[in-house]
Design a protein around this ligand. Structure first.
Ligand code: PGA
Length: 239
């Protein structure tokens, strides 16, 4: 498992984030490529604890500065010590009504600021059941990435089916293999190349399964990555 990315969502407050970051920092089994997407207010402290290049934000504004009440720009996150950003997480898409157009602008803002984006894509349950997942994923990928000059920067695509997020139902290896092959095919048609991650109910019981899927290089973990016990079990399994 090359990439071990943790999305702490709004689960942990500043003090809890500091505690968990200290716990992780004390583990010699923590993969090198660990990145924590913590609450913004804890970002600076978590970075000091866990080290540089290992902290990201869960959301960025698409402009560098201006009259945008409540927003924080990629540039501001960079200045605070973030190196990565989640873009288009399904909770942003579906709870906060973020569109593919907004997501594209956020990708551009990340590239302009050299903040490494993790573009999250995924179909809803009914889209999977109606066999429309290819259409949904290709639209999300193309609108976010077509003709976008990544300036040689690496970036990630996290496949996170909405039906697998926080549900305890994860993607099977066979299903994931089919999706990853398809993502690679779509990326090829628009001349993009990304590191592919899987996210959605990753836990100590299934984390190893994703390692066996060709083309998946890491995981983006939500709830199981925000608790000491489940984090410890995952790190043990990865040994
Ligand atoms: P989950 O969330 O691991 O709790 O399903 C994953 C995510 O939303 O990134």
């Amino acid at each position: 498992m090359n990439y071990f990315f943790l999305n702490w969502k709004m689960y942990l407050d500043r003090d809890q984030s500091i505690l968990l970051a200290n716990h992780l920092a004390s583990k010699d089994t923590l993969p090198d490529n660990t990145v924590i997407f913590c609450n913004d207010l804890a970002l600076s402290e978590v970075k000091d604890i866990i080290g540089p290049e290992r902290v990201g934000t869960q959301n960025v504004a698409w402009v560098p500065a201006g009259a945008y009440t409540g927003a924080t720009s990629a540039h501001m996150f960079k200045q605070a010590g973030a190196t990565h950003a989640l873009v288009g997480h399904s909770e942003r898409r579906h709870i906060f009504n973020e569109t593919n157009i907004a997501i594209r602008k956020k990708m551009e803002a990340c590239v302009d600021t050299a903040l490494t984006p993790v573009l999250c894509i995924g179909e809803k349950k009914e889209e999977r059941e109606d066999n429309r997942w290819k259409e949904v994923l290709s639209e999300q990928l193309i609108l976010a990435l077509e003709d976008l000059d990544m300036k040689g920067q690496i970036f990630y695509v996290a496949y996170e089916p909405v039906w697998a997020i926080g549900t305890g139902v994860s993607c099977t290896s066979d299903m994931l293999q089919e999706v990853v092959d398809y993502i690679k095919q779509v990326l090829g048609t628009i001349n993009q190349n990304a590191i592919i991650l899987y996210g959605g109910s990753v836990s100590s019981t299934n984390i190893k399964d994703f390692d066996n899927v060709v083309g998946v290089e890491g995981v983006l973990i939500g709830s199981a990555g925000a608790k000491v016990e489940s984090l410890d079990s995952m790190l043990e399994v990865l040994q």
